[in-house]
Design a protein around this ligand. Structure first.
Ligand code: SF4
Length: 244
């Protein structure tokens, strides 16, 4: 095990969730993200703030009591923020949970440099949830501080390691809510046989109050609501799930 005294900076822990990965899971939201997505509903995880500081062992001690709830499908989800930015802590944490027969997954936007630590993290995961935000670098650049190239490099890594991937895409009114654009995501996804699920999520204004509280400019203030009927049709046409 590497760097087991590394401190993790944690925004919050949701001990019981059925939303972030399969089965019953505890979700650990790590602090810090450099992507600044216009559609972000967790801007409180970007930087600073009141965080819990825990080592991997302390985190395991906090969550081990829930092990019987997780069953075969559940476990720990590391989300954020961008969990892979705290790679040394994350590697120590996924190793501790694995050693104690608890599965871990990571929900990431994968806009990170790939190195040995990232490779070891991926190897220790049950599977990965990867946000595929936009289908080209121009859109990535317009709506985030990241790039599609980095996400693709991470997907290539997962493919090489035969690690299963669940893709999530937020559908945003007047940005990517049409078949023509989603077909471009589909073209990318079809290159990866290790992708077992593509899930579309409707853009939500639920996080808007946080921007006001934090006094951060909200780039999508004034955006129209998602058209539910249109969104359901997109789900029918593009979403899929196959056996892992
Ligand atoms: S990657 Fe996630 S946490 Fe970071 S800005 Fe984008 S939506 Fe927000």
């Amino acid at each position: 095990m590497k760097k087991c005294n590394e401190i993790g900076y944690i925004n919050k822990i949701d001990t019981y969730s059925t939303l972030d990965g399969g089965g019953i899971r505890s979700v650990v939201f790590l602090q810090g993200c450099n992507l600044r997505c216009v559609c972000c509903h967790n801007p409180e995880t970007w930087e600073g703030g009141n965080v819990q500081r825990l080592t991997a062992i302390e985190l395991y001690d906090k969550l081990k009591t829930y092990k019987s709830y997780y069953g075969v499908d559940g476990g720990i989800t590391f989300s954020g923020g961008e969990p892979l930015l705290q790679k040394d802590f994350l590697l120590a944490a996924v190793e501790v949970f694995k050693k104690n027969d608890i599965n871990s997954i990571v929900e990431t936007s994968a806009n990170i440099e790939i190195d040995d630590t990232i490779i070891q993290i991926v190897k220790n995961l049950d599977y990965v949830i990867c946000d595929l935000k936009y289908p080209d670098n121009d859109m990535y650049c317009r709506y985030t501080l990241g790039s599609l190239d980095r996400t693709l490099a991470f997907l290539d890594l997962c493919k090489g390691l035969k690690k299963k991937v669940w893709i999530r895409t937020v559908v945003i009114p007047d940005i990517n809510d049409n078949e023509k654009i989603l077909a471009r995501y589909q073209k990318i996804i079809r290159k990866y046989p290790n992708i077992f699920k593509w899930e579309l999520l409707p853009f939500s204004k639920l996080g808007f109050g946080k921007y006001e509280e934090l006094k951060i400019k909200n780039p999508l203030k004034g955006i129209v609501d998602i058209d539910n009927e249109k969104f359901e049709k997109l789900q029918e046409k593009f979403e899929f799930e196959k056996a892992k």
